[in-house]
Write a protein that binds this ligand. Sequence first.
Ligand SMILES: [Zn+2]
Ligand SMILES: [Zn+2]
Length: 223
Amino acid sequence: MIGPVVVTNGNLNRNDTRGKTITCKAAVAYGPGEPFVVERVLVHPPQKMEVRIKILFTTICHTDLSSWQGKNEAQRAYPRIFGHEACGIAESVGEGVNDMKEGDLVVPIFNGECGDCKYCKCEKTNMCERFGVDPMKKVMASDGATRFSTTDGKPIFHFLNTSTFTEYTVVDSACVVKIDVDGHGDLNPYIKKLTLVVAYQREINKAFDHFTVGKSLRCLLHF
Ligand SMILES: [Zn+2]
Ligand SMILES: [Zn+2]
């Protein structure tokens, strides 16, 4: 899957990267509690129903820290790219992705929604059985492979459907939300606020799991 490789050098033109493997910087964890190594990694093109995202902002959360420390041995997987709260721009989309396009402002979501399972169809929950939060998951759903690798070709595992401690990531389209922004002004203040709000998404959802609420209220609280 490696094919042609493009090396990042600041802002890439999407016409240069679409369908190609991107080489960019990422913070890679090689073992429990070991310092992150900021190094060049390969990010392969998105496959069917996947999106490759240029990450603009990301935050760190206690879930990243506990997973990096490998407190739960069953969840350990290294090398790995952590990070699950971020926002970015869709760099390219895989076959079959119709609800977003290159250049869209997007937020990767660790609690994705396939739209078809009984939980997605239920008005009172969004804990999707296919793309819901799963700390054991480390590869892509479609083929069990990774979209990251070291420059010498060894796989780097994904984290919580997202993996955002990298300049580019690949996620299932079920785990991406497109953000509609009016006008074309400076997006940065909006994006920074959005990233902080997303950081609270899990805690808000957790709280609401104890109550009976409709999905529309949940969505309002996300953003
Ligand atoms: Zn978090
Ligand atoms: Zn679902």
